[in-house]
Write a protein that binds this ligand. Structure first.
Ligand SMILES: *Cc1c(COP(=O)(O)O)cnc(C)c1O
Length: 236
């Protein structure tokens, strides 16, 4: 418990310091706790320390935790790869999806979003470093995809997400984040009237660089929960 409290405090301080360096308001940056591979109890502890937004990558693991923690008012974000035949439980159980990179998935999430729920918040994942191995829409294909997704009724297109090629150099880290910021600005001009207010970028190793370039959601796992252990983990 103490460890999670301390780590949460430390991450909030890092966010505040980066916000100050960027001349931004600290509360303009939301902390998403990335809880993949973590036990429900660890999330419960973080929740008891005030953390309400959690991000999960693996669907079955996420659904188990959502069930185990249904007594808490958690806002769930899906941030992992999406198989198009597994969209229904995502549409039914999450408030946000950060990892949409093709229209088919957006359309299915739209069609499967229950009518009594608010529209699903979506970020389009951009393959900003244009790596062959990574998911995400290529920057050149973003305007067309965004226009189609923005037209879906049960979807609110909120912005963009990226996982750039990793670098230890803070100056190099900023470059792809700066490109993301430019892409969001172009989309705002292309699609006036859409609530395009979100840049989901920055993880434990590069959150400062992301905040300096305009991140509004940082996705933090290791810095909050410690190193991950995948050994007993079944991916689904
Ligand atoms: C695991 C993961 C994170 C968190 O990474 P850390 O380096 O542990 O902070 C963020 N975003 C996505 C999409 C992830 O899969």
């Amino acid at each position: 418990m103490t460890q999670i409290t301390d780590r949460l405090t430390r991450v909030h301080c890092q966010i505040a310091a980066a916000a100050e360096a960027a001349k931004r308001q600290p509360h303009a940056i939301r902390l998403l706790a990335v809880s993949k591979t973590r036990q429900a109890d660890e999330l419960r502890q973080a929740w008891a320390c005030g953390q309400q937004e959690f991000g999960e990558n693996y669907l079955q693991e996420a659904l188990d935790k959502i069930e185990a923690l249904k007594d808490l008012d958690i806002c769930w974000h899906f941030i992992g790869p999406i198989q198009s035949n597994k969209t229904r439980p995502i549409a039914e159980h999450f408030s946000w999806v950060h990892s949409v990179d093709r229209f088919k998935v957006a359309q299915r999430l739209n069609d499967q979003r229950p009518g009594e729920m608010p529209p699903l918040n979506i970020c389009l994942q951009v393959n900003i470093s244009e790596e062959a191995s990574k998911s995400g829409v290529l920057p050149a294909d973003l305007p067309t995809l965004a226009a189609k997704v923005a037209a879906l009724e049960n979807i609110r297109l909120r912005g963009l997400m990226a996982i750039p090629a990793s670098s230890d150099d803070p100056e190099q880290q900023r470059q792809p984040f700066s490109q993301m910021s430019d892409l969001l600005q172009s989309l705002q001009q292309q699609l006036p009237g859409q609530p395009l207010d979100t840049l989901s970028m920055g993880m434990s190793g590069d959150m400062e660089a992301a905040i300096l370039e305009g991140a509004t959601i940082v996705r933090i796992g290791t810095a909050l929960f410690g190193p991950r252990d995948y050994s007993s983990h079944n991916q689904s």
